[in-house]
Design a binder for this molecule. Structure first.
Ligand SMILES: NC(=O)c1ccc[n+]([C@@H]2O[C@H](COP(=O)([O-])OP(=O)(O)OC[C@H]3O[C@@H](n4cnc5c(N)ncnc54)[C@H](OP(=O)(O)O)[C@@H]3O)[C@@H](O)[C@H]2O)c1
Length: 279
């Protein structure tokens, strides 16, 4: 959705409906779908705070919400979606089935759909590998759910490249997404390249943890652009075409993290940030 007041900075498209310069760009998934590059994370947001945060996020322009069965907040996320003025169909919703719940996938998904108040999710992920294994049987259950139209796209989280290869070899279906911990400090060009080669979109989590916000290189780049360290980290993901899902319970930070389409990191900035991940 691009509306009056929108525009482009560098290769990013924005709109300003929400008072932020929200980046509207999506990346293609290997099943023909699209995923918005910037989403809203909801881990550790509980109770009415989850409902309220989702409403604020939708107001700020987010159209992509990340949750999971173990977050225990799907009913509140669903309430936030219902209580906002945004149509469910405009929002990309991800949830995750816990690793190790093999055999209970269908009941887990039906419970998620009911709590979220929807008849399908946009992305359903295996949250983590079971006992360090790829769990081809669970992956097959996700494929079945996709065939039934209960999940538009399916993927994995915290999977290694050999595990992705294992589920592909076992079923013939490549995960559309691998959600993994990522920030400039964890950047590994080869790992990203292995995902790209397999047509798996990388979705990063916990980008604002692990000392990223205080890192002197990130702080310096942020000062130079008149932006915050969080905005620089989020913008780095967007320019790398890596999906990023910052979480906050504070309205001003939810807005700040969304206001990232009005500046561009230079090639030198991007190289400096990439370099933080080098051993
Ligand atoms: N697949 C997995 O295994 C997995 C694991 C972890 C996370 N995730 C997903 O990824 C999402 C993001 O990761 P995360 O929750 O670990 O957190 P994050 O987005 O890295 O944020 C970490 C903390 O930074 C603070 N923060 C947010 N915006 C800020 C800003 N502009 N300036 C300063 N501080 C700021 C937040 O605190 P306040 O809330 O107090 O603002 C938040 O608790 C999760 O919510 C979840 O949806 C997935």
């Amino acid at each position: 959705m691009i509306v009056a007041g929108g525009g482009r900075v560098g290769n990013m498209t924005s709109d300003q409906t929400s008072g932020t310069t929200f980046p509207r760009d999506t990346v293609p998934l290997n099943d023909g779908g699209q995923i918005p590059l910037l989403g809203f994370g909801t881990w550790q947001i509980k109770g009415d705070q989850a409902r309220q945060s989702v409403i604020w996020a939708l107001e700020a322009g987010y159209r992509h919400i990340d949750t999971a069965t173990i977050y225990g907040n799907k009913a509140e996320v669903g309430a936030g979606l219902r209580d906002s003025s945004v149509d469910r169909d405009e929002v990309f919703i991800t949830t995750k089935v816990p690793g190790g719940s093999t055999g209970r996938e269908a009941e887990t998904l039906h419970a998620s759909l009911e709590k979220l108040g929807t008849d399908r999710v946009d992305l359903w992920l295996i949250h983590w590998p079971t006992d360090g294994g790829a769990d081809v049987q669970m992956w097959q259950a996700l494929i079945d759910a996709q065939k039934q139209g209960l999940a538009r796209s399916i993927g994995v989280s915290n999977y290694s490249i050999p595990m992705i290869d294992e589920v592909l070899a076992g079923t013939g279906v490549t995960p559309a997404v691998n959600q993994i911990e990522l920030s400039p400090l964890l950047f590994d060009r080869d790992l990203i390249g292995h995902h790209l080669k397999r047509n798996v979109v990388v979705e990063g989590y916990s980008a604002l943890r692990g000392g990223t916000l205080d890192h002197p290189t990130i702080v310096e780049i942020a000062k130079r652009h008149g932006k915050s360290p969080a905005q620089v980290i989020i913008r780095w993901h967007l320019q790398r075409k890596i999906v990023v899902i910052p979480k906050s319970v504070r309205r001003e930070r939810i807005v700040e993290n969304a206001d990232v389409a009005d500046f561009e990191l230079s090639t030198e900035d991007m190289d400096a940030l990439d370099g933080l991940g080098s051993p």
